[in-house]
Design a protein around this ligand. Structure first.
Ligand code: PLP
Length: 400
C-alpha cells in the first residue's frame, strides 16, 4: 500500500507471535496442543510487588512522572547496579523505559545514522535486527556454533568489525540459546573491543537472574571497566520478577547517551507507567527471596528437557547456562520424511510437521538467524514439558 512508510518493508512479522497464533488456531479446532513458544515466566508477580502498586494507586501516584523515571526508581536501579554488578552509575545516569524493549529501541534511535553497522551474534533475539533496521542502521550478523554452545569467539567478533561498526549487541544469558558467558569468555570479547575504540556495547542483561548451577553472571563493564564510557547496560524486571505485563525496563550508561534517550522518550511516551514504576521500586529494593526459588524450578525443567531431547532421534541439545530456553539442532532430521510423508528440508518444515503430527508448538531457528534448530521455552510445568518431550521423541522416531 503506497500510503505506508518505506521503513515498514524493513520489518518482519514476529515468528514467535505467528507460532502462538497457529497453536491457538489448532486448539480452537479442538486439538490437544502444548505451546512451548512463550517468552515469559509462568509464575505470577510476587505479592509484595503487587501490594506496592496497590499502595501507589492509593497514594495517588497516578500522574505523569519525570520522563526518565521517578527518582526513587532511578536510585533503586543505581543501587542494584552497585550491589549486584559492582557498577557505579550515578542515579542520573540511569533511565527507565516501557520495557527493556523500549530502552533498546531508544538507544538505537538516539545513535544510529544511515549506514551505521550493528553487530548481532546469531542466534539472536528476534527484535534486534528489526529495531536496527527501523532506526536506519544495518544489522551485521555473526554466526556462532553449536559446538561452542552458541557463544561468540574473539576471532569471529574481530573479523566482523569494520570502520562503520557502531554497536555490538551483547546478550547473556541469550534468548534464544540460553548461552551465558563466563568471566573468561567475556574477557576474550572485551579484549577485542579494547582494540576498537569506536565500537560501543549494548549489553542486554535481561536474563541476569536466570543462570543455573555454579554459573556466575558477569556484564561487560564488570569484566572490563575501561568500557564504562561506551557501554549501555540494559536490564529490566520482566523476567527476573515475573513482571512482563508491567512493562518496566531500565539502563545505566554515559550521561550524554542517557540524556539523548530521555529526549526521544519525552516526545514519545513521556515515560513509563507511574504505578508500574512504584512496583519496580519494590522489586529492586524489596525481598529477593523469590529469585533463588524460581531458579531452582527452572534448573530442574532445563535438566529434564535437555536430557529428554538428547534421547530423541536426530536431535542434539547442548546444556545452556541460563534463561529459560534451549536451542537444539534438528540437523539429523533434515532430508527425512515426517509421518505425513513430507520430506523436511528446513527447520521451519520440522516445526510445522511437529505441530501437525504431535501438537507441540516450538519456534524454528531460522527466525533467530541460525538453523536448522528450534527454540523451546521451558517456562511451563514439568508435567507438560515431559509430555511435550515424549511427543517430540515419538515424532522423531517416526521420521524415516
Ligand atoms: N531482551 C531480550 C533478550 C528478551 O528476550 C526480551 C523479551 O523477551 C527483552 C529484551 C524485552 O523485555 P521487556 O519485556 O522488558 O520489553
Amino acid at each position: 500500500m503506497a500510503f505506508l512508510a518505506d521503513a515498514l518493508s524493513r520489518v518482519k512479522p514476529s515468528a514467535t507471535i505467528a507460532v502462538a497464533q497457529k497453536a491457538r488456531e489448532l486448539k480452537a479446532q479442538g486439538r490437544d496442543v502444548i505451546g512451548l513458544g512463550a517468552g515469559e515466566p509462568d509464575f505470577d508477580t510476587p505479592d509484595n510487588i503487587k501490594q506496592a502498586a496497590i499502595e501507589a494507586i492509593g497514594r495517588g501516584e497516578t500522574k505523569y512522572t519525570p520522563v526518565s523515571g521517578i527518582p526513587e526508581l532511578r536510585k533503586a536501579i543505581a543501587a542494584k547496579f552497585e550491589r549486584e554488578n559492582g557498577l557505579a552509575y550515578d542515579w542520573q545516569q540511569t533511565i527507565v523505559g516501557t520495557g527493556g524493549k523500549q530502552i533498546l529501541f531508544n538507544a538505537l534511535m538516539a545513535t544510529l545514522n544511515p549506514g551505521d553497522e550493528v553487530v548481532i551474534p546469531a542466534p539472536y533475539w528476534v527484535s534486534y535486527p528489526d529495531m536496527v533496521a527501523i532506526c536506519g542502521g544495518t544489522p551485521v550478523f555473526v554466526e556462532t556454533r553449536l559446538e561452542d554452545n552458541f557463544k561468540l569467539s574473539a576471532e569471529a567478533l574481530e573479523a566482523v568489525i569494520t570502520p562503520k561498526t557502531k554497536w555490538l549487541i551483547f546478550n547473556s544469558p541469550s534468548n534464544p540459546s540460553g548461552a551465558a558467558y563466563s568471566h573468561e569468555e567475556l574477557k576474550a570479547l572485551t579484549d577485542v573491543l579494547m582494540r576498537h575504540e569506536k565500537v560501543w556495547v549494548l549489553s542486554d542483561d535481561m536474563y541476569e537472574h536466570l543462570t543455573y548451577g555454579e554459573f556466575k553472571f558477569v556484564t561487560p563493564v564488570e569484566v572490563e571497566p575501561k568500557l564504562y564510557d561506551r557501554t549501555l547496560t540494559m536490564n529490566g524486571v520482566s523476567k527476573a520478577y515475573a513482571m512482563t505485563g508491567w512493562r518496566i525496563g531500565y539502563a545505566g550508561g554515559p550521561l550524554e547517551l542517557v540524556k539523548a534517550m530521555d529526549k526521544i522518550q519525552g516526545q514519545q511516551t513521556s515515560g513509563a507507567c507511574s504505578i508500574a514504576q512504584w512496583a519496580a521500586v519494590e522489586a529492586l529494593n524489596g525481598t529477593q527471596e523469590f529469585i533463588p526459588t524460581n531458579k531452582e524450578v527452572f534448573q530442574r525443567r532445563r535438566d529434564l528437557v535437555v536430557s529428554m531431547l538428547n534421547q530423541a532421534k536426530g536431535i542434539t541439545c547442548p546444556t545452556p547456562e541460563g534463561a529459560f530456553y534451549v536451542y537444539p539442532s534438528c540437523a539429523g532430521l533434515m532430508g527425512k520424511a515426517a509421518p505425513s510423508g513430507k520430506v523436511m528440508e528446513t527447520d521451519e518444515d520440522f516445526v510445522t510437521e511437529l505441530l501437525e503430527a504431535e501438537g507441540v508448538a516450538v519456534v524454528h531457528g531460522s527466525a533467530f538467524g541460525l538453523g536448522p534448530n528450534f527454540r523451546i521455552s521451558y517456562a511451563t510445568s514439568e508435567e507438560l514439558l515431559e509430555e511435550a518431550c515424549k511427543r517430540i521423541q515419538r515424532f522423531c522416531g517416526n521420521c524415516t
